[in-house]
Design a protein around this ligand. Sequence first.
Ligand code: SF4
Ligand code: SF4
Length: 674
Amino acid sequence: MSGKTSEGSHILLSGNEAIALGTYEAGVKVASAYPGTPSTEILENLVKYEGVYCEWAPNEKVALEVALGASLSGVRALATMKHVGLNVAADPLFTAAYTGVRGGLVIVCADDPEMHSSQNEQDNRNYAFAAKVPMLEPSDPEEAREFLKLGYEISEKFDTPVILRTTTRVAHVKGLAPAETPQARSAAEPGIVKDPPKLVMLPGHARLRRVVLEERMKALRDFAGSFEHNRVEWNWKKVGFITSGVSYLYVKEAFPDASVLKLSMVWPLNEKLIRDFASGVEDLYVVEELDPFLEMHIKAMGIKCKGRELVPGIGELNTDKVRSAITGEAVSGGLAPVELPMRPPNMCPGCPHRGTFHSIRKLKLFVSGDIGCYTLAALPPLKAMDMCVCMGASVSMAHGIDKALGSEALGKAVAVIGDSTFFHSGVTGLMDIVYNKGVSTVVILDNRITAMTGQQENPASGHTLMGEPAGEIDIEALCRAIGVKRVFTVNPHELKKTEALIKREVERPEPSVVIARAACVLIPEHRKKKKDKFIVKHEKCVACRQCLSIGCPAIEWVDVTPEEAAALGYREKQKGHSSINAVMCDGCGQCIQLCKFGAINKAGSLTGKKKSKSSVKGKSSSRKKAASPSRKKTAAKKKTSARKTTVTGKAAKSTLKGKSVKKAVKKKTARRKK
Ligand code: SF4
Ligand code: SF4
């Protein structure tokens, strides 16, 4: 996308697309982010515009630091993240408020009321208050685009980072926006400027900047009083609402005749503006999602209002909820909720994580889990995750268990973390394990991509967000460099090998890493690959349901009538059989390893267990052929390896597969660039 569009026309944009366009229009030169719903699409769209450097950082702290560095070099910079990402980036945020900026610096953080895809429902407006930085909050995509640009003006005018807060609704809803894309530029000149009193936060410097910070906040409070987007809409004066963000739209729809003060700058607040509005209405209500943030600060001004006592503070609001909360009347009309059949979230057919968690479940381990698609392993039928708190916590929490229980915990617990999450913040936990003489085993699920947020590149995927080839972090070498002596790689589709390897490692009183490496099934190259399909030979199925225990969506249960059962030669009690949906089957071969009765076969090879075994062998050898360019190298490695155990052999095979997967990812990214 060039960013140029025809004059006078309008375009339909989601909030995130509008922010990307606004960023381009603001003349931003550097943008860094860690993917996280609902913010991910901002950089995925921004990268399509010319002249903006975009990158996925390993975590949000790094993203903000990259953006701050760029800003202090005099260019406009952007950092984006989901709400919990700001917890990770809080360290640089709080001190960036002291240093201030040169080129404008905007941080977009996307809150997730209702927790559509998040582990908590924190309200990041509190960060603006705590870090003493201004925060803008748009109500729709067009405002998101406009406020993003205003954010840069405010940032440069007041020498401060600015947070633009969106919520899931604003990030994902579509709206019309004018198509013109005039470009602005930073007021600062790009270049290196040495200014230690402003940029080196030694206590002596920081104490002086602390005073500057307070003066700046006072100036911003005054500015908020004349900020044209803090808008008073006088109407019927019996009832008045103070609101912001998407709640403004709900209020307007529920009470079109009421007076409204729409706060677009939600921090800092201008007391005079609020007091004048409050004195102009009889009953004042504050309508906001999540925390009573505005209400608390308005009440602290000594202004009487009603808010949280009426308006729910959990989950998203909508027009009906707002109307009902204020009037106390049951809501009637509108669209009745549609009853949909229950469809529990599940990992994809053929997902390699399923194999890892099946193996872990068999070992009855306590699983310290992490954030990713694989968190779904906590749900039935796998039920193989026992705790999950935040990005990277799996590794350090497993170490905590180890230190709390000592030898009692040996062989009973394991940490499981995805590749991208490991780079994000799991690697520091692993350092802690090595340094503090822990014994935990960490399973790294390396599916070659950041899968959950929609297939973003990461430090091991071999390409950047800009589509350029990049250095690939070698996870095995990284773990060894940290000091982990026992590092093994396994193909998680090979269930018994995976189980045996994890069992052996958790029982050893020293730290170890098991890298379960197989490609995410959604990587385009994997999807295009010709794969074996598997089927259930119904007359051989004895209804033991073992194949169902891994929860593959391609495996279904089919009830049969007594006549059908008789025709299939079933024993009297057998009332059904398993069946594989050929369209959904991804050919991972996990289920065939679970069926002890030879009922699952490779399609086209219907001669029972014996044949099916050879089918699996055939499949495995064809995989080896596919990886043949690397075979000599791996064989040489095998010869020189000190570990000549069976597991080492497995690791070598898996490495072959890992390399062929890496090639696939490279091709994918090259195409994406085109
Ligand atoms: S297909 Fe095999 S594993 Fe699945 S229910 Fe039938 S006999 Fe059991
Ligand atoms: S091979 Fe079996 S487990 Fe794998 S996707 Fe097909 S049905 Fe599911």
